[in-house]
Design a protein around this ligand. Structure first.
Ligand SMILES: Cc1ncc(COP(=O)(O)O)c(C=O)c1O
Length: 489
């Protein structure tokens, strides 16, 4: 801000030169300067700088960026925080590259964001996949049980780390303290993708954060739940188990050497807001959502707000609403579209649920009131529609936690392997050539290279008979599957 306010003349990149080059070019096209895009972009471009003596360098911070990262670490209770300008995606890549060399084993839950899979590919790591727990009330998958994590740690003492995602996209989380203890007993770092929980731990009604629970490396998308620009995220670290030098090196590899200053400034201002307002930032929104939930219950419309399992170790984010129509008059996708038609734009949907992210700015009279109007209107349009049986996530868990622990699955980069198509029953013991993901529940049953077992074949048949679709597979009915041809040594 100080630099931008000093009337600087730019003889450096970026090429918009404090927005002046853009305005000049647009003025040449339209001398009346009526192009709104110029006004909007050039305001931000005044802050879009490069590494100058008056700014700093994200990859070697010594000035304002170092100070901002230190303040963020203090705010979140971490020992060190790195600003990320490539989203939680870059943080997940960085954490995995920091702990895994080629061939190393890492214990990972099966339902992870693709950045975690890509991190393992870049590192050439081997994954021990753990099957997530399915919440019995909603049918939504959360994280693997503590028992399974402990078993996997015992079976694979050479594992470099445990990597879990908490909370999930639906705002459902588990208290991580016991997971931290289990990992630390074995001297393993616990790495957490907390992309959806940058606001956790900041209000008594919000779940505790992973850093508060003692996790070693935690990635948060500040841009998802705090007022930061898209791609703005943070990686918090504490303790001795995660090599922070390696994390910094990995982040420098996967992130641009020209980091965005507006994104970094938005991370700093988000932190400053949290420091200034604390829990008050969320108070009104949490109360507004609370009365909205009561309104949904009392208004006896076709909707319900998803309630998750009651368990002392589980907590849901009050600022994430999962709406559903239990009669099946509308799927989650259809409700999502109907809300959009009425100007309410939800975050995402699945066959059953529509997920809404509630910002700290909402109050009963503003966005929530508009949402109520939209829902009332949708209710009147669909109250007499036909009821349908909606697909719920199938239980993938087994009573035996051993069954949910995969063999090591290699993500090493290999020469392109050839594959062939075979009837499902012939695939037994062969490595899959494709990712097999039944929808619902959308959790990969097999990653490429993972061998088909009797259990996989039975699960595929059961899910297929129950009407699951297998997107992306060669044959979506799963009568035929692709297996890798293994070279004989
Ligand atoms: C669980 C999870 N992790 C990581 C990411 C990646 O986050 P970002 O968009 O900040 O890169 C996402 C994105 O939606 C996510 O849902």
């Amino acid at each position: 801000m100080r630099h931008a306010g000093s009337s600087p003349t730019s003889f450096h990149v970026p090429g918009h030169h404090n927005g002046e080059a853009l305005l000049h070019a647009l003025h040449t096209i339209d001398p009346n300067d009526s192009l709104e895009i110029g006004k909007q972009l050039s305001a931000v471009m005044r802050l879009d700088l490069t590494e100058l003596s008056s700014t700093d360098d994200l990859h070697h911070p010594e000035g304002a960026i170092l100070a901002a990262q230190r303040l963020a670490a203090q705010c979140y209770g971490a020992e060190e925080t790195c600003f990320l300008i490539g989203g939680s995606t870059s943080g997940n890549l960085g954490m995995i590259l920091a702990v895994c060399d080629p061939g190393d084993i890492i214990i990972v839950q099966r339902n992870v964001h693709k950045s975690v899979i890509n991190g393992m590919k870049l590192a050439g790591a081997k994954a021990i996949f753990l099957t997530p727990h399915i919440d019995s009330s909603t049918g939504i998958s959360t994280i693997p049980s503590l028992e399974q994590v402990k078993l996997a740690l015992r079976q694979y003492p050479q594992a470099k780390a445990v990597f879990l995602t908490n909370p999930n996209y639906y705002g459902m989380s588990v208290k991580l303290d016991a997971y931290v203890e289990a990992c630390h007993e074995q001297n393993k770092p616990l790495l957490i993708d907390e992309a959806h929980g940058a606001h956790y731990g900041m209000h008594p009604d919000l779940p505790n954060s992973a850093i508060q629970a003692g996790a070693d490396g935690v990635v948060q998308s500040t841009h998802k739940t705090l007022p930061a620009l898209t791609m703005g995220a943070m990686l918090h670290m504490q303790g001795q188990l995660l090599d922070r030098r390696r994390v910094r090196e990995a982040l420098a590899m996967v992130q641009s050497s020209s980091p965005s200053f507006p994104i970094m400034a938005s991370l700093d201002i988000s932190r400053a807001i949290v420091d200034k307002l604390g829990g008050n930032l969320f108070h009104t929104a949490i109360e507004a959502v609370h009365s909205f939930r009561i309104w949904v219950k009392e208004s006896k419309m076709i909707f319900t707000v998803g309630e998750t399992e009651l368990h002392p170790d589980k907590k849901t984010d009050p600022l994430r609403l999962i709406l559903t129509v239990p009669s099946g008059k509308l799927t989650g996708f259809e409700l999502h579209r109907e809300l959009e038609k009425r100007g309410c734009w939800a975050e995402m949907s699945d066959p059953l649920y529509t997920v809404l992210v509630i910002g700290p700015h909402v109050c009963a009279e503003g966005a929530i009131s508009r949402l109520k109007d939209a829902l009332t209107d949708i209710h009147h349009a669909y109250a007499s529609a036909e009821c349908r049986q909606l697909e719920r996530q199938e239980q993938m868990e087994s009573k035996d936690p051993n069954e949910g622990i995969s063999e090591p699955v290699s993500f090493a980069r290999v020469k392109k392997q050839t594959s062939r198509s075979v009837p499902l029953h012939e695939a037994l013991h062969h490595p899959s050539a494709e990712m097999i993901i039944p929808y619902p529940p959308g959790i990969p049953l097999l990653y490429p290279g993972e061998r088909f077992t009797d259990r996989h074949l039975a699960d595929i048949r059961r899910l297929s008979d129950a009407g699951a679709r297998f997107q992306g597979a060669e044959d979506s009915t799963m009568d035929i599957v692709a297996i890798l041809i293994e070279e004989k040594c």
